[in-house]
Design a protein around this ligand. Structure first.
Ligand SMILES: [Fe+2]
Length: 171
């Protein structure tokens, strides 16, 4: 079986270790899931996208609640790790389905990770960590919403390719 939406291993790979808890979490939502615009029709990818939103909301709340720099740094690095694992899974699914946007998707992921990781480095070394955390939230939030709606949602039009009887390798 290929790495499809039904493979539970993909979920566990992306879940990984837990990020630090935000104190005084409250109900603040920085970024909100919109099924109609963001749903890809691939359950594992939608779940991972929702998880990315949860982590970003957690970062936003932790930042507003005044969590210390070291713990914010852990949340930032956890997000990067989760995003990387998710991108890998999504790229495999797009490749399997021969989605026309698969190359653009791969390039966009690589650029996002470079930009994000640079900002996280700045966060850990720069004096104005507070301002950089705000910049990271904005950048990641805008990028995720736009990218999911414009690129990932193309998966809706790319059904899984089922090998037909008689195709090489199906005998
Ligand atoms: Fe993507």
């Amino acid at each position: 079986m290929s790495a499809s939406e039904d493979d539970p291993e993909n979920e566990s790979q992306a879940n990984g270790d837990a990020a630090p808890e935000a104190p005084g979490a409250g109900g603040l939502e920085f970024i909100v899931w919109d099924e109609d615009r963001m749903g890809t029709g691939v359950a594992s990818i939608d779940e991972q996208h929702k998880e990315l939103f949860r982590h970003l909301n957690e970062l936003y709340r932790a930042h507003r609640a005044g969590l210390n720099r070291r713990d914010l740094d852990k949340i930032l690095r956890f997000f990067s790790h989760y995003a990387e694992t998710h991108f890998h899974h999504e790229e495999e699914v797009m490749e399997e389905r021969q989605c026309p946007l698969r190359h653009e998707n791969r390039l966009a992921h690589a650029k996002f990770l470079r930009d994000y990781q640079q900002l996280v480095e700045d966060f850990s070394t720069d004096e104005d960590a507070d301002q950089i955390a705000t910049e990271i939230e904005k950048m990641a939030g805008q990028w995720l919403s736009t990218h999911i709606c414009r690129v990932d949602a193309a998966l809706r039009d790319c059904p899984a390719i089922v090998p037909k009887a008689g195709d090489p390798g199906t005998s």
